[in-house]
Design a protein around this ligand. Structure first.
Ligand SMILES: Cc1ncc(COP(=O)(O)O)c(C=O)c1O
Length: 412
C-alpha cells in the first residue's frame, strides 16, 4: 500500500476578499462556527432555531411567521422556492437582465413551468410597465426576479413589482442574495411573498446557509402540495396537491421541521445555523439603517475612486447596487493579469465577470465587514499600482484621494 496522502494544515494568507462575494467573514461569526454541536432536537438547539427565526424577521423587515434557513448556498433557497411553488405547467413570469435572472429561468424550466421572460439588456433594469403587461396577459402563479444582480451590478426596484403582483393575484419571489444586510430589503413593504438570500455577501458570513422568508399566502399554497415522507408520515398526514418535485428542497417538509411539530426532515447544519444566527445578531446590533449607510458610503467611495483613475463604471448609475462596482477594463490592459497581480502582489481578490461581460469587467465588492474605509482605500491603492505597472493611467493617487474625499465629506 502506498503512503497516505495527508497534505498540510490549512495555511493560506489572510487575503482581503473584495470580489462580489464571498467576502471575509466577521470574526464573531467564525467564533460562533467553532462552538460545540448540540443534538438537533435538544431544547437548547431548537431554541437557537427559534431565535434565528426571530432575528431574520428583523433582517428581512417582515412579520412572516415562516422565516428560517435553507441548508445550502443561496441557490439552494432559490431552488427550494421555485420547486415548491411551481408545479409542471404552472405559468411564471421571470424578470431577466443578468446571469441570475437567467438562473431563475433555468431552475423554473427544470420545474416544468411555462416561462414568460420580461427582459432588459445587461446593465439596465426592467420597466414596471413591461412587467405589468406580461402579468396581465399571462396571469402567472408566480413572478420571479432578482433584487441585486451581481453579474451586472444593477438593483431592480421591487416596490412596483410587488404592487403589480398584488393587483393580479400573483405570488412574488425575490432573490436578495446579494443585497440582504447591505441594501434595504423591506419584504413586507415590497409585498413580496418569498425572499431568499445567502450569508457570504452583505451578511458577512460564509456560504452554506440561505435565509428565506415566506408569506402566509405562499405558505398556504406550498402546504397544499404537502406530501409527508413515507418513513415518518402518520395516517392522513399526506396532502392532495401535486407533489413537490424535490425531497431535500420540499419547503412544506422543511417548514414542518422548523415548526413546533419538529417533524424530522434533514439534520439541521448546526454550525451554519450558529453562523447565520451570529450574522443576524451582528447586523441587528449595528442597526439596519447604519449598516445600509455604511455600505452606500463604501460603494460611493469606491465608485468615485475608480472614476478619478479615469476608468469607466459599468451600467445605469441610477440603479447601481451600493455594494458592487463594475469597472470597465481599459483597452490594451491584460485583464487576467491585473486580477492575478492584485492577488499575488497585494493579497487582494477582485472579481471577474460572466457571459457577455467576461474579460471586460472587473467587479469589486464592498460588502459586510469589508464595507469600510481602510478596505476601500487599500484596494484602490493596490489597483492603481497594478494598473500603472501594466501601462494604464498615471494618475498617481487620484483614486485614493477621491475616495478619501467621499469619506471625509460623509464624516463632516
Ligand atoms: C444575485 C445572486 N443570486 C444567486 C447567487 C448564487 O449564490 P450561491 O453561489 O450562494 O448559490 C449569487 C451568487 O453570486 C448572486 O449574486
Amino acid at each position: 500500500m502506498s503512503d497516505p496522502e495527508i497534505f498540510g494544515e490549512l495555511d493560506h494568507p489572510a487575503r482581503l476578499l473584495m470580489g462580489p462575494g464571498p467576502i471575509n467573514v466577521h470574526p464573531r461569526v467564525l467564533r460562533a462556527m467553532s462552538v460545540q454541536l448540540l443534538g438537533q432536537f435538544d431544547p437548547e438547539f431548537t431554541a437557537y432555531m427559534n431565535q434565528t427565526m426571530v432575528l431574520y424577521r428583523q433582517v428581512f423587515q417582515t412579520q412572516n411567521r415562516w422565516t428560517f434557513l435553507i441548508d445550502g448556498t443561496s441557490r439552494a433557497a432559490i431552488e427550494a422556492s421555485l420547486v415548491s411553488v411551481l408545479a409542471p405547467g404552472d405559468d411564471v413570469v421571470i424578470l431577466n437582465a443578468g446571469r441570475f435572472g437567467l438562473l431563475l429561468s433555468e431552475i423554473a424550466d427544470r420545474c416544468g413551468a411555462r416561462i414568460t421572460l420580461v427582459e432588459a439588456p445587461w446593465g439596465e433594469v426592467i420597466a414596471p410597465e413591461a412587467v405589468e403587461a406580461a402579468v396581465a396577459r399571462v396571469k402567472p402563479r408566480l413572478v420571479a426576479c432578482v433584487h441585486g444582480d451581481t453579474s451586472t451590478t444593477m438593483a431592480q426596484p421591487i416596490e412596483d413589482i410587488g404592487r403589480i403582483c398584488k393587483a393580479h393575484g400573483a405570488l412574488l419571489y425575490v432573490d436578495a442574495t446579494a443585497t440582504l444586510g447591505g441594501m434595504p430589503v423591506p419584504v413586507d413593504a415590497w409585498g413580496a411573498d418569498i425572499v431568499t438570500a445567502g450569508l457570504q455577501k452583505c451578511m458577512g458570513g460564509p456560504p452554506g446557509s440561505a435565509p428565506i422568508t415566506i408569506s402566509d399566502a405562499a405558505a398556504e399554497h406550498i402546504f397544499s402540495r404537502r406530501h409527508v415522507e413515507r418513513g415518518i408520515a402518520t395516517a392522513g398526514a399526506t396532502g392532495s396537491g401535486v407533489r413537490i418535485g424535490s425531497n431535500y428542497f420540499d419547503l412544506a417538509m422543511v417548514m414542518d421541521y422548523w415548526s413546533e411539530k419538529r417533524l424530522n426532515h434533514h439534520t439541521e447544519a448546526a454550525s451554519m445555523l450558529f453562523a447565520a444566527r451570529e450574522c443576524a445578531r451582528v447586523a441587528m446590533e449595528e442597526g439596519l439603517a447604519v449598516r445600509f449607510a455604511r455600505h452606500a458610503l463604501a460603494g460611493a467611495a469606491m465608485t468615485a475612486g475608480v472614476k478619478a483613475m479615469g476608468l469607466g463604471v459599468y451600467g445605469d448609475p441610477a440603479h447601481k447596487m451600493d455594494n458592487v462596482t463594475g469597472i470597465l477594463a481599459p483597452a490594451g490592459v491584460d485583464y487576467d493579469r491585473v486580477r492575478a497581480r492584485m492577488r499575488t502582489e497585494f493579497e487582494i481578490e477582485i472579481g471577474s465577470a460572466f457571459g457577455p461581460l467576461a474579460g471586460k469587467l472587473w467587479r469589486i465588492g464592498t460588502m459586510g465587514v469589508n464595507a469600510r474605509k481602510d478596505a476601500v482605500l487599500t484596494t484602490l491603492a493596490a489597483f492603481e499600482a497594478v494598473l500603472r505597472n501594466e501601462g494604464f493611467g498615471f494618475t498617481g493617487g487620484a483614486g485614493v484621494d477621491a475616495a478619501m474625499a467621499v469619506f471625509a465629506s460623509a464624516a463632516a
